[in-house]
Design a protein around this ligand. Sequence first.
Ligand code: FMN
Ligand code: SF4
Length: 435
Amino acid sequence: MSKVMPLISKNCGQIRPTSVEDYVKAGGYAALKKALGMKPLEIIEEIKKARLMGRGGAGYPAGAKWQQMYEIEHTPKYIVCNADEGEPGTFKDKLLLEQDPLKVIEGMTIAGYVFNSHDGYIYIRGEYAAIQKLFQEAIDNAVQAGYLGDNILGSKYSFHLHVMTGAGAYVCGENSAMLNSIEGKAGRPRVKPPHLAEVGLFQKPTLVNNVESFANVPVILDIGAEKYLSIGTAESGGTKLVCLSGHVAKPGVYEVPFGVTLRDIIFDEEIGGGMSGHRKLKFYHLGGQSGPCGFLPQLDTEYCYKALRANGLSVGSGAVVVLDESVCVIDYLKCVTEFFIHESCGKCTPCREGNKQLYLILDKFSQGTATQDDYRQLERLSNLLAKVSFCGLGQAAATALNTCLKNLRAEFDAHLSGQCPAGVCFTNQETESGE
Ligand SMILES: Cc1cc2nc3c(=O)[nH]c(=O)nc-3n(C[C@H](O)[C@H](O)[C@H](O)COP(=O)(O)O)c2cc1C
Ligand code: SF4
């Protein structure tokens, strides 16, 4: 049986992305028509039954989030789609935005109907400049065809969509920093609570979901929550867009049902197709730079929220970066830490200073000057970052380091005695002594 299942990505590459005519011919907007005949709470019930987990990284249940937002009485309410896609190794929202933007628009329009919202915003990362234009074209076409704008499909419901653009800061993917950025303020995270469902965009109740999360909404209404849930595992409904990159034979975005294994994702001929060269797999990094690294003994873990969590792993954004034996774990973690140093917004000390200190200690390992005490410092600092950083960026910055410290300890130890098993570190010293 095929391990790839194009469900939310079924239109990708098959239709003209901004053509409402093509989208409708492919079954598009049937879900919106159905939704307009349903009560908002019935729609929320379907999302709950489908067990749709937010696809932006945190995996928060979408149905519970919608229910909380529904219960807030203040108005107006806003719908915001997070299309910042800043997590390295993640490029699945790009696929949907570029090749089936109307599905994302339909999902947002259904959400708007549920909350009697009249304005929605999509925050598209600055680097996706061409996509911003394409998305605007899709919005304009939907308005012209009566699926968006005033009195949608002749109903009393009106919903307007606005494209907003980021300027390239990873932290602006954090939902509250994103709302600040949309408001024209510095993209820095807000104190929570109050939660965004109560005090969000322009201080009003706001629903924030990821691109892929919104794209799942019409699919759930189309096929029904029961069928949708039967596709995934008991805990994780439906499919997931997985982004494969690194030392893998067939990098790209693949839609797989929850429940395939990590081994399937990397080695199955229909998906990753194995390693790109002759070297063996050493480890893989899941869910972006802020996610955990996985190792050979975890390869048969089912790819779903529950099983990954039980094995110290996570779905995160859906990124799977594959690393072979030529990669030095210290060198890799230095790159990861450099990313967080660069992207830290500087608002809180643990993240702003802690990541720099982590880098300096890792650098000692790669120079052969680290001592046993540096292990203690790495552990102390990474725990501190996780516990006291102000937002998810700092809290997750040392996740990869922690998993590597536990599982590749021998490689750290080798560096203490001046050996780099991958032959990446100490190369300068060898050249110098040879001269
Ligand atoms: C530093 C940081 C960056 C984030 N970047 C993104 C992002 O690029 N896209 C995204 O959807 N969620 C991102 N998130 C998660 C969002 O804060 C939020 O949980 C998500 O947009 C909610 O949507 P979902 O429930 O549909 O997943 C990020 C979180 C943090 C802490
Ligand atoms: S953890 Fe602190 S410094 Fe780091 S990005 Fe969040 S708020 Fe900014």
